[in-house]
Design a protein around this ligand. Structure first.
Ligand code: ATP
Ligand code: MG
Length: 379
């Protein structure tokens, strides 16, 4: 074969491999969607059969993207009776950064936002990664169960790496999916609300759980040490764009923070990008910036975006922005009021976190004891 022929064959093989991966991806997405609908039905019948793990990295203040994209859903599941564990992933801040920033302040701000949004510490456990030694110790056996090739082809690791530009990948970033597996498995969570881009992580968590039990499992295979966790995909995924028309993100400076006051919110929304078409329509594909504003007003008032767009009609972007400002400020008013009360009492916030950490430590100690028992490391 000539060099060009070899190259053509290699290209065709790559394309075929990609097509297979795409088809695999679609099949697993369809499976995850179906399983998510089933879980939602099972939650209505008996929420106590589930344990949900979710969390955020304290890389900045929570914003309206977090609020509508995940916090509202967490509150819904908590209210439905699902035992919920919320991780403030402080160690994961340094997967792609050189320093931790004003971490203590950010952690406390995060606790304040959770509580203000309606997370109830009686029913949900809020904890920080760094305070749970037994959780972190799970990383050692778990890392032995995956290969570096498996980690290198993880799409989220690839995406995170791209987002950090030319920065060389740290060992911590490469092993990020294993930390997530430890976060999920330390508390034997069986439901993890995620976006579809996170499905490969959940799959790796299932693989790690399976491999652990294959290698070290208890004599009774019907009682595995770890459950098989499922992703819980939202029926309608919400992505909020920032003021510049790209995904709202802490690190992009395009956010409306939950902690901002009404005037700042108004000022920022007035500056948000729109387009030149005066007629307002909900068309996320062709008019993402305008549709995002329509969607924000809709989410803030529990209406459908189409109805909001119709109401504005040809009144233009100015009228749309006035509506968004009013709707968002109105929706966030009780949150902001509670938040202000909470941050005025840092002792209370610290006590809530200490209580959450104590609960998480008790769970992690128990799981690590089972792990060491399974590995016959009890001396
Ligand atoms: P960073 O800039 O540090 O990546 P971020 O603002 O993008 O921070 P993440 O910590 O990456 O926030 O996001 C945590 C979770 O919050 C996401 O998995 C997603 O569920 C939700 N989320 C974040 N941003 C948005 C958004 N713009 N729209 C909808 N959901 C969002
Ligand atoms: Mg992000």
């Amino acid at each position: 074969m000539s060099q060009t022929e070899t190259a053509a064959v290699a290209e065709a093989t790559d394309a075929a491999a990609e097509a297979v991966a795409l088809a695999d991806g679609e099949a697993s997405l369809a499976r995850a969607q179906q399983r998510s609908r089933q879980i939602e039905r099972q939650i209505v019948q008996d929420p106590s059969q589930f344990r949900l793990l979710t969390g955020d990295r304290p890389t900045g203040l929570l914003h309206v993207g977090h609020y509508f994209g995940s916090i509202v859903n967490r509150i819904r599941l908590q209210e439905a009776g699902v035992p919920t564990i919320i991780l403030i992933a402080d160690y994961q801040v340094i997967t792609d950064r050189d320093g931790v920033g004003p971490i203590a302040q950010r952690v406390m701000d995060m606790v304040a936002d959770y509580l203000a949004a309606g997370i109830d510490p009686e029913r949900s456990t809020i904890f920080t990664h760094s305070a749970i030694p037994a959780l972190n110790q799970l990383l050692l056996p778990f890392l032995s169960l995956v290969t570096d090739a498996e980690l290198r082809r993880n799409p989220t690791v690839k995406a995170e790496l791209e987002a950090t530009g030319d920065r060389p990948m740290s060992g911590l970033l490469l092993t990020y999916p294993v930390h997530q597996a430890a976060d999920i498995l330390f508390c034997k969570a069986n439901v993890v609300p995620v976006g579809k881009d996170q499905l490969p992580h959940i799959e790796l968590t299932r693989v790690i759980a399976r491999r652990f039990d294959e290698r070290y499992g208890r004599s009774d295979p019907s009682r595995p040490v770890f459950p098989q966790a499922d992703a819980l995909l939202a029926e309608r995924a919400v992505t909020i764009l920032g003021l510049d028309g790209t995904k709202m993100s802490k690190s992009k400076g395009n956010v409306i923070e939950l902690a901002m006051d009404a005037d700042t919110t108004a000022r920022l929304i007035r500056k948000a990008v729109t387009d030149s078409d005066r007629h307002i329509a909900y068309d996320p594909v062709n008019r993402p910036a305008v549709s995002n504003l329509v969607n924000l007003a809709a989410l803030a008032t529990d209406r459908q975006p189409e109805a909001v767009a119709e109401e504005i009609g040809s009144a233009g972007a100015g009228a749309l922005k006035r509506l968004v400002i009013e709707a968002l400020n109105e929706r966030l008013r009780p949150h902001r009021q509670r938040r202000a009360e909470l941050v005025a009492d840092p002792g209370h916030l610290r006590a809530i976190l200490a209580e959450g950490n104590a609960k998480a430590n008790a769970i992690a100690d128990q799981t690590l004891a089972e792990v060491r028992q399974a590995m016959r490391m009890v001396y």
